[in-house]
Design a binder for this molecule. Structure first.
Ligand code: ATP
Ligand code: MN
Ligand code: MN
Length: 296
């Protein structure tokens, strides 16, 4: 930067917003969302997304030329990332990626990141899961009403164990149920969530499935508990998806989980309208709930 620029104000040099090259590059062609549009979305949504992405290991879906062109998942630090804003976290010799600021998020936009996926742990304790995710994946011929019922069944089974849960749209086909908790080792976290999935398939084998096999999924919902293993990820709350329409994985209140909700209803273009209209953050309590998994 020019000398004058560097000396403007009292903030350190790195406080300048990350530079966005090719801001007019179109990322979502069908709805005309550009790289600049994505950066603007994140700047507006920052207070909402921050609690769910800051200081958690990330997996990033990079699509440098937008939706429809080649995309790849990046889980490790890379030369193309701006190291002054993106954190590198050592995990037994592996360099994980994290951010702790809006500038970090904008540096991801600069690197062509369209989706942000998070571990269920923080970078301070990568050995502990502190957020479980139940990812409901409807197979062909499953109605939305069935997905809604499945999500509520997960909620009720957790509530029976005195665990409060939160729900968001995936921005794709399903719903994600999120359980904040004090922390458990990965084996315990995965085993616990597996038992919930297995109980659902045992009670309603015609409705649910706990195995990944796509061919067996017709007419059933895969209760994907595999998001709760070490290194597994789920799309972050408020992350856009690299799919037509620029849908956003959107936290909702349980009262909104009805036949009227659609999983891709909220998008980069209309999410702020929703947030401005909301009387209360449906996930206001997610960082405050004090609960531990049974037996811990
Ligand atoms: P949908 O509602 O359409 O299922 P989703 O985000 O839940 O959307 P899934 O395919 O169920 O999509 O995957 C759940 C999560 O698992 C993803 O958000 C992602 O974080 C992770 N995941 C799945 N497949 C991969 C993969 N091949 N590489 C990296 N992460 C993956
Ligand atoms: Mn899913
Ligand atoms: Mn899944």
């Amino acid at each position: 930067p020019a000398r004058g620029e560097r000396n403007r104000g009292t903030a350190p040099e790195t406080a300048a917003p990350p530079k966005l090259t090719n801001p007019q590059r179109v990322y979502w062609q069908d709805v005309d969302v550009t790289k600049q549009g994505l950066a603007d979305y994140y700047a507006q949504v920052w207070d909402w997304i921050a609690p769910h992405v800051v200081r958690r290991p990330l997996a990033l879906l990079r699509c440098p030329n937008g939706v429809g062109s080649e995309c790849f998942v990046q889980k490790h630090s890379h030369a193309t990332f701006d190291k002054s804003r993106i954190l590198t976290v050592d995990d037994d010799g592996e360099e994980l990626i994290a951010i702790d600021s809006l500038d970090g998020l904008l540096a991801l936009v600069q690197a062509g990141v369209l989706e942000i996926h998070v571990w269920g742990s923080t970078i301070d304790r990568v050995d502990l899961n502190d957020r479980l995710v139940f990812d409901l994946d409807p197979g062909p011929d499953v109605t939305w009403a069935d997905v809604v019922a499945g999500a509520k069944e997960v909620r009720d089974r957790l509530a029976d164990l005195k665990l409060e849960s939160f729900v968001k749209t995936s921005g794709g086909k399903g719903l994600h149920i999120v359980v904040p908790h004090a922390g458990a080792d990965w084996t315990t976290a995965k085993e616990f969530s597996k038992q919930i999935a297995l109980a659902m398939t045992a009670d309603s084998p015609q409705k649910y499935l706990a195995k990944m096999t796509k061919s067996a999924r017709v007419g059933k919902i895969f209760v994907d508990y595999l998001r709760n293993g070490r290194g597994a990820t789920a799309v972050a709350a408020y992350s856009p998806r690299a799919r037509p329409g620029a849908p956003v994985s959107t936290p909702v209140a349980w009262s909104e989980v009805t036949a009227k909700l659609s999983p891709a209803r909220w998008t980069v273009l209309n999410l702020m309208d929703r947030l401005k209209r909301l009387k209360a953050d449906p996930w206001a309590e997610i960082g405050k709930v004090k609960q531990t998994l049974p037996g811990l």
